[in-house]
Design a protein around this ligand. Structure first.
Ligand code: MSP
Length: 639
């Protein structure tokens, strides 16, 4: 049986976990679950990187000791992962004594072999990056990351002889084409290796930094944080003698973003080589998440908190969006409106509706008992459905192998749409009207349920919670409900005769108003000046049918804090749902004239069909109705 050992970077404990950390860790979890359904043995490592200047500085800012501070932030990471349904096997901290022991052993070994030497060095040192920069690396004499002018310092330090391994690494990367992937990052590493590789300064004098692992061969120094951190990937497995190390190391795949390509693509393979440890199998590098096309940063106040999103939309929707939206390897921009759009169209409409309409039919026509498909009643539609499921499975598998998660999800959604069409074409409600077609009805509903079983199995790596709920409602009880890809590739595994529980709504539709009151939205609407908004042609505006309407009646929508149901006269009487309950009492609205977008596609909000959208001026949670400057005939068009 092959093994799969997946790692995330160990995150610095100088900042709270955010969207970027969550993305990498969700990807690792998705891969881990995927390998499990492939029938492989897996191991998933994450953790925190706790030494170095950055942590000392952050702790000082909080008036805490480095260890107390590291405990606190490491705890936040550890607490976040289960919230996002991330099931890791081990959480490593670089302050763990077992890790420290391994770092010292490896240092000693490399020192003994002659690849670490002592030397005086004068150079430009960036305190933000905790490293020396060569002239060539600086941009206009400044650190490319921090834009600060590095300080020239002269120090005696220990150096790791990386230069000795330069040609070996070039050859290795060239001959092992999937060692670093996607290819653009392999090329980036090779481009870097075209310049002479300098030896790496791997010590920091204690006079400057004490928060680190003391060098085993010199008490006056601590270890450079990267030399310490990278070794977590082996120390977590009990290197050198641990059973886990022996079993899992051959199947190791690292996952990082492009920001830390150099330490993982250059330092780490050379460290492994120098220590006589076999190289990792793959380094998988993804791009960066921006927010609304801007770099995410504390100072801009646009850092996205995964728990906030989870609280509003649920962990599965969050995971789905991340996997569906980012092309692995490229940058992507997070935008909450795009999130809601995807949620409503892909999750609430396509998947959610399919699921509830299917189960409702089984309850209506078969009292909730899965019917038996009847041989001889199948048509071309049924064989096309089976063929489509096989294709979905194959496309999904290939895409997952290539880390093309967006494509894997597209393959599932093609199948979902195929089943939705199958229902429309076979029209079970028509079959149900005719007794002589009862057997056809059985076959059709059996096939739909079988399709749903396969979908639940395929979405499991990305949306484990939804998969589980679907499986429970398809009366598949754990542990038998665990579906391997092999199970999913066989059509007809659902047992007829099983009683299904009542259906439920997997993803309730989200009203856009739900998020409009959030601080982030308020900031955004304030920041985006008119000139920054995309221009639209006049015709686009003219397509909009804006009407004056008089409110005839208003009442709260049960179970909603924000929504009111309004009966309005806009030339004809209509019902609209408006998110204004926090700002207006229903009785104050009666007789008021408002402006309505009259030709917007009707949408259901909390089960009520709304035939228009009432215009408001909304900012920071206050909301004012747009109205006219004097009485106007209901239905008057705005021009
Ligand atoms: N401690 C080092 C890693 C040592 S690994 C031996 C470190 N820590 S970090 O906290 O800065 O984490 C960097 C990683 O967090 C990135 O490589 C990526 O996995 C994730 N991300 C942080 N911000 C990100 C984005 N904006 N977008 C995508 N992922 C990013 O570097």
């Amino acid at each position: 049986m092959s093994v799969f050992y997946i790692t995330t970077p160990i995150y610095y404990v100088n900042a709270r976990p955010h969207l970027g950390h969550a993305y990498t860790t969700v990807v690792a979890d998705v891969l881990n679950r995927f390998r499990k359904i492939c029938g492989e043995e897996t191991y998933f490592l994450t953790g925190t990187d706790e030494h170095g200047d950055k942590v000392v500085q952050a702790a000082k800012d909080e008036g805490m000791s480095p260890l107390a501070y590291a405990d606190q932030i490491s705890g936040l990471f550890k607490a976040m992962w289960p919230e996002l349904d991330i099931e890791y096997d081990y959480f490593i901290r670089t302050t763990d004594p077992a890790h420290i022991k391994v770092v010292k052993e490896v240092l000693q070994q490399i020192y003994d072999s002659g690849d670490i030497y002592f030397s005086e060095y004068e150079g430009a040192y960036c305190f933000g990056c905790e490293r020396f920069y060569s002239e060539r690396e600086l941009v206009d004499g400044r650190c490319p990351d921090h834009k600060t002018i590095p300080e020239v310092i002269r120090e005696s330090n220990y150096f790791f002889r990386m230069s000795k391994y330069q040609q070996w690494l070039i050859d290795y990367v060239n001959t092992n084409s999937d060692f670093i992937r996607p290819e653009r990052y392999k090329n980036e590493v090779l481009a870097f290796l075209r310049e002479p590789l300098e030896d790496l300064c791997i010590s920091r004098p204690k006079s400057r930094l004490q928060w680190g692992i003391t060098l085993p061969f010199d008490d006056n120094y601590v270890t450079y944080v990267w030399f310490d951190a990278l070794l977590n990937y082996v120390s977590a497995l009990g290197y050198p003698d641990g059973e886990l190390f022996e079993k899992l190391w051959p199947g190791v795949s690292h996952l990082v973003a492009k920001d830390i390509l150099k330490p993982h693509g250059i330092y780490w393979p050379i460290m492994l080589r120098a220590a006589g440890i076999p190289l990792y199998q793959h380094l998988n590098v993804h791009g960066y998440w921006n927010v609304d096309e801007t770099k995410m940063s504390k100072s801009l106040g646009n850092v996205v908190d995964p728990l906030e999103l989870k609280g509003v939309y649920g962990a599965d929707a969050f995971r789905y969006f991340l996997m569906r939206e980012m092309v692995f390897g490229l940058d992507s921009s997070f935008n909450e409106e795009a999130f809601i759009q995807r949620y409503n169209s892909d999750l609430a409409n396509d998947l959610g509706n399919l699921f509830s309409r299917s189960l409702t039919m089984v309850h209506k026509y078969f009292k909730g008992v899965v019917p038996q498909a009847v041989p001889g009643t199948e048509s071309g539609l049924d064989s096309a459905l089976v063929a489509n499921s096989e294709k979905a499975l194959q496309d999904y598998h290939e895409a997952m192998e290539e880390y093309a998660f967006h494509k894997a999800l597209m393959a599932i959604w093609e199948f979902i749409n195929h089943i939705n069409k199958y229902i429309d074409v076979t029209a079970p409600w028509e079959l149900a009207k005719r007794k002589e077609l009862h057997e056809e009805l059985q076959t059709v509903l059996y096939n739909i349920i079988e399709g749903l079983r396969i979908i639940a199995g395929l979405i499991y790596p990305v949306m484990p919670r939804t998969a589980r709920i679907m499986q429970e409602h398809l009366a598949m009880s754990s542990p038998e409900s665990f579906q391997t890809l092999a199970d999913l590739s066989v059509w007809g595994k659902t047992a007829p005769g099983t009683q299904l529980p009542k259906t439920l709504t997997l993803f309730p539709r989200i009203e856009q108003t739900k998020v409009q009151s959030s601080d982030r939205e308020a900031n955004m609407s304030k920041q985006a000046s008119i000139s920054e908004k995309a221009e639209i042609p006049l015709e686009a505006f003219q397509k909009m049918d804006l009407r004056v309407a008089t409110v005839l009646d208003a009442e709260p929508v049960p179970r909603s804090k924000k929504l009111l149901k309004l009966k309005i006269d806009m030339g004809k009487n209509q019902t609209v749902v408006a998110g204004i309950a926090e700002n207006y009492d229903p009785e104050d609205l009666i007789g008021k004239q408002v402006v309505v977008v009259a030709n917007i596609k009707p949408t259901k909000l909390m089960g009520i069909l709304s035939h228009g959208m009432v215009l408001t001026a909304t900012n920071k949670g206050t909301c004012r109705l747009v109205t006219v400057d004097g009485p106007a005939e209901p239905g008057t068009r705005l021009t």
